[in-house]
Design a protein around this ligand. Structure first.
Ligand code: ATP
Ligand code: ZN
Length: 283
């Protein structure tokens, strides 16, 4: 039986649960529960505050956990990061009030910095040989300069909207973060085998999310150019249509170059292009 710790409520909760369910675990959303048993996999899910997950995984109370790298770096527990999950992407940045003449990181020398991430900030300052006074606060960090509590802050940023509405500008990126899967460092052979199984499924789900299935009709005299544009898992599937002189072409496209290829397909005479999400992709 694997014990997997995920966030009880917050930004990571829904995506963590979705990922595990897309991997076939079958977990009912136990919003008010502290734990839930997976229906289709020997796993138990523990719903915790993200800040507590590193300790639980280090102690082996949970075997696996899903949480942001920012929390891992702050807590400094002994854990193995075994997979990057690609969601909850954000950065931890230093911001100062608009109008301040910020030059470089040495501007922070002797200043007060408010943050919930004192260890990460301490490491960052030490790397740059800067001494500053770190004020650890647990929430609403962005209001600290406005109320005279600090000269600068270090907080999570994704779009920068919150900073802007508090009259702050981002001046240094301290770390970049995304959700990751972490594991206890001393797992039994049985647990490792279960984790391998889960990792195989996570890879299939993530690969599928980054790809699309595409079907199109091509006049046979343009087939060669159209196939030339398509990557495909091995090579595209080509089947004759009932109408003479036309073929149906099926392939898989990566999300990142998707639109570029669609334009090229159109330009080469493709018609009736259909794009379909892929649920799982196993190579
Ligand atoms: P908890 O109650 O579990 O302690 P929390 O308030 O500490 O929750 P959330 O705000 O839910 O945490 O954020 C969880 C994680 O999501 C953060 O640690 C970070 O990795 C990521 N995150 C936070 N803010 C953003 C954002 N604006 N965009 C993307 N990811 C974010
Ligand atoms: Zn938290």
């Amino acid at each position: 039986m694997l014990r997997i710790a995920i966030q009880k409520s917050g930004r990571l909760q829904e995506k963590s649960l979705n990922l595990l369910n897309e991997c076939g675990l079958g977990i009912d959303n136990g919003k008010s529960e502290l734990k839930a048993l997976a229906r289709n996999f020997p796993a138990e899910i523990l719903f915790l505050r993200d800040d507590d997950i590193p300790q639980y995984v280090e102690d082996g109370v949970a075997d696996l956990g899903i949480l942001g790298e920012n929390v891992i770096l702050e807590k400094k527990k002994k854990l193995d990061i075994i997979e990057r999950l690609g969601f909850a992407k954000c950065r931890l940045s230093i911001a100062v009030p608009k109008g301040v003449e910020y030059t470089n990181v040495h501007w922070l020398e002797g200043k007060k910095i408010a943050t919930s991430y004192s260890r990460i900030v301490q490491d960052f300052l030490a790397r740059h040989g800067v001494n500053a006074d770190i004020h650890e606060i647990s929430g609403s960090v962005e209001i600290a300069p406005g109320i005279g509590l600090a000269d600068a802050i270090c907080d999570i940023v994704s779009t920068g909207g919150t900073l802007m509405s508090n009259g702050l500008i981002e001046v240094e990126t301290v770390i970049k973060s995304e959700a990751v899967l972490v594991a206890n460092t001393q797992l039994s052979v049985e647990k490792k085998a279960l984790i391998d199984k889960l990792m195989f499924r996570i890879a299939a789900v993530n690969k599928a999310a980054n790809n699309k299935y595409i079907l199109l009709n091509a006049p046979n005299n343009k087939l060669e150019q159209i196939i030339g544009v398509l990557p495909g898992m091995k090579s595209p599937t080509v089947m004759p249509l009932a109408i003479e002189g036309w073929s149906s072409v099926h392939s898989v496209l990566a999300e990142e170059d998707f639109w570029e290829i669609i334009h090229q397909l159109k330009a080469n005479g493709a018609q009736g292009i259909l794009v379909i999400p892929i649920e799982k992709m196993i190579l």
